[in-house]
Ligand binder design. Structure first.
Ligand code: HEC
Ligand code: HEC
Ligand code: HEC
Ligand code: HEC
Ligand code: HEC
Ligand code: HEC
Ligand code: HEC
Ligand code: HEC
Length: 426
């Protein structure tokens, strides 16, 4: 790292000289340079005679160009640091007399970013995301141990089984472009290490601005069952971002962010960034109190501590009374949705009792009605409540729950009638 420091000092000097030159030139033109102009990163690989760099500048110029402008390149991290491994390393291929990984794994990042990888592994972006479609049977012994040690790994087995059923039903030709595309954020690699940092740090820029912008999350956090992106866009926070975000301090030093850098929060501000009294974390469950994705939400382990951390973020911009009141109201709304889902289970119970549902999942309309009620509308209502999206609480949430509940009652009545059984409800 010593050599890297020297390089940083050298580069800083170059940047300062360039910046001064730019100031002189633009002052001459009687216009002031913007902060963005001054901060425009130099190409750290400009004069490089490294083999990978010189050949790949021809073969894959985009990658070299991007990487040259990254903070890591400026800090002296080389192509070899991430790609070159010893012969026989799982997943490696021979390349130009060396052995390389086409997709460097989290084990490689861990050489330098121990804390980020450990936090990621403790989160539902790690193995739980993968198990959600692949099941836990295919984990190795070591992975099973990691999976079991994730405090927030506990989830409702009902929910997981329902989704796995869809995975099997649709088949791999479809799901490799669907479930896998999103849930492989937690897929283990050939060397056994877990997950894909490049889900958020799109190669090869490793830009803080890109990771912090909410669009980064919307590849996955979108659609009828988890419309966090749509909700955010509708929220006052999202509106503030859309209308003024171009002036925010996207490249500010991590760990010390405040409302002076971000006058309204993005997804990353609330869930990841060090902000106010909350420290930076790659464990995205670290600030959550409920398992909102579950059909019937229960409290997370250590939820009181998580709450203190999330409220530490809110506290940068809102007063404690406002936040306390908001949490009490959002808790009550969460419990109201829980009660509706319980009611839907009770509605369908007589069919289960009398064996009037086919054993196969998703093969008759009532399976879909019962599933949509919690999986789409129940979740959406809860997410809308917690992230300030009134239209999602109301018209894409509660209203649809009531609609599906009415449909469910009729479907149950019809099936009981068909079977010649008395309907208790009339
Ligand atoms: C003499 C030229 C040359 C050198 C030197 C070279 N590469 Fe390559 N590399 C290539 C070519 C050509 C490809 C294939 C590009 C393609 O298929 O479009 C490639 C492909 C790759 C791939 C992707 C392989 C895949 O199948 O997706 C990686 C990763 C890679 N190189 C890394 C490196 C690293 C790291 C170094 C330095 C240790 C390096 N290369 C040195 C020419 C070179
Ligand atoms: C900080 C780690 C890191 C460094 C440094 C790095 N890479 Fe990569 N590289 C990755 C990751 C991660 C991927 C896989 C990303 C993906 O597939 O989305 C990758 C993928 C690639 C690929 C395959 C792309 C493809 O489309 O198949 C090539 C080629 C490559 N890198 C070349 C380079 C070269 C050349 C350098 C140096 C200029 C370099 N990388 C530096 C992490 C790194
Ligand atoms: C050889 C050590 C090394 C490896 C391997 C490495 N990094 Fe880095 N990384 C660094 C250094 C050094 C910095 C710069 C720290 C600084 O300037 O504050 C950094 C910074 C970063 C940043 C912050 C960028 C910024 O602008 O502040 C991200 C994101 C990042 N690395 C992701 C990764 C990922 C993902 C991998 C694995 C694919 C990886 N790194 C592998 C050493 C490494
Ligand atoms: C667009 C990306 C995307 C696709 C496609 C997708 N999911 Fe998800 N899935 C997510 C996100 C994001 C969550 C987290 C929701 C939350 O916590 O609010 C999630 C949650 C889940 C959960 C609940 C959490 C758990 O681990 O129990 C299961 C199970 C699940 N998905 C399985 C699947 C299956 C099976 C498929 C394919 C049939 C699929 N998903 C398709 C993004 C996706
Ligand atoms: C869910 C998206 C997401 C994933 C996945 C992710 N990161 Fe990050 N990462 C971020 C965000 C957002 C930031 C900026 C945090 C902030 O605002 O300070 C960041 C920042 C970083 C930094 C700079 C941290 C600092 O304090 O200087 C490093 C290093 C890093 N990530 C490494 C990784 C590694 C390694 C992985 C894979 C194990 C990874 N990230 C996976 C979103 C992600
Ligand atoms: C490549 C897809 C992908 C991207 C990109 C992504 N996520 Fe996720 N995220 C998931 C999946 C899948 C889950 C559900 C995992 C599970 O519970 O099984 C999830 C779950 C979560 C959760 C709930 C965790 C818990 O403990 O229940 C939060 C919060 C979250 N993501 C935040 C973010 C933020 C913020 C970003 C952007 C900076 C982001 N995610 C980017 C796929 C993604
Ligand atoms: C103002 C802060 C804030 C912003 C901005 C924000 N969230 Fe959230 N998010 C929350 C809160 C608060 C909760 C619920 C916390 C709890 O359970 O106590 C939550 C819940 C979630 C969950 C549900 C986890 C579960 O239990 O199923 C996911 C996933 C998520 N957010 C992702 C995102 C994404 C993606 C974005 C951006 C598109 C985003 N959030 C923007 C504060 C925020
Ligand atoms: C970086 C500053 C910032 C942070 C952090 C922040 N907010 Fe906000 N919040 C705003 C702004 C700006 C508005 C919209 C303008 C206004 O209400 O004056 C807003 C509005 C709201 C509103 C809507 C108020 C209304 O009038 O309808 C709620 C609810 C809210 N925030 C809750 C939260 C919660 C909960 C958190 C933490 C999880 C949080 N906010 C974190 C800046 C922030």
């Amino acid at each position: 790292m010593h050599a890297a420091r020297v390089l940083i000092v050298g580069l800083t000097a170059v940047i300062v000289v360039l910046a001064l030159a730019l100031v002189t030139i633009t002052v001459g033109r009687s216009s002031t340079p913007s902060a963005a102009d001054l901060a425009a990163p130099v190409d750290a690989l400009a004069g490089s005679d490294d083999d990978c760099v010189t050949c790949h500048r021809l073969q894959t110029p985009g990658i070299v160009e991007q990487y040259g402008h990254s903070t890591m390149a400026a800090a002296g991290v080389s192509c070899q640091d991430c790609h070159v491994v010893e012969e026989g390393y799982p997943g490696s291929v021979p390349h130009e007399g060396l052995f390389v990984l086409n997709q460097p794994t989290t084990a490689i990042c861990q050489n330098c970013h121990v804390q980020e990888v450990a936090q990621f592994n403790q989160s539902r972006h790690g193995l739980p995301a993968y198990v959600a479609y692949a099941g836990d049977e295919i984990l190795t012994a070591a992975q099973t141990q990691i999976y079991a040690s994730i405090p927030e790994g506990g989830n409702d087995p009902e929910a997981t089984r329902a989704r796995n059923a869809l995975h099997e039903l649709e088949g791999e030709a479809i799901t490799r472009f669907a479930c896998e595309a999103c849930h492989d954020i937690g897929k283990p690699a050939a060397d056994g290490s877990v997950g894909q940092c490049s889900s958020c740090h799109l190669r090869h820029e490793f830009s803080l601005e890109q990771a912090r912008k909410p669009e980064t999350c919307n590849f996955c956090h979108i659609g009828p069952d988890h419309p966090q992106w749509e909700i955010y866009q509708e929220s006052p926070h999202g509106i503030y971002y859309a209308t003024g975000g171009d002036k925010w301090h996207w490249d500010a030093e991590p760990g010390t962010l405040s409302a002076a850098d971000f006058p309204a929060p993005t997804c990353a501000t609330c869930h990841i960034s060090g902000f106010g009294s909350a420290g930076t974390t790659h464990d995205i469950g670290d600030r959550l109190t409920w398992f909102l994705f579950a059909p019937i939400s229960s409290r997370r382990p250590a939820w009181q501590d998580n709450k203190v951390r999330m409220q530490g973020v809110c506290r940068e911009c809102h007063n404690q009374n406002f936040i306390t009141e908001f949490y009490a109201a959002a808790d009550a709304a969460t419990e109201r949705v829980n009660a509706w889902v319980v009611e839907s289970n009770q509605t369908i119970a007589p069919l289960k009792e009398h064996n009037l549902l086919t054993p196969a999942p998703f093969d008759e309309p009532i399976d879909f009605t019962h599933f949509n009620l919690w999986h789409h509308w129940g979740r959406t209502a809860k997410f809308g409540v917690w992230m300030q999206g009134p239209d999602y609480v109301q018209w894409h949430g509660a209203y649809e729950i009531l609609h599906d509940m009415a449909e469910l009652r009729e479907q149950v009545r019809d099936k009981l009638d068909e079977a010649g059984l008395e309907t208790e409800s009339h």
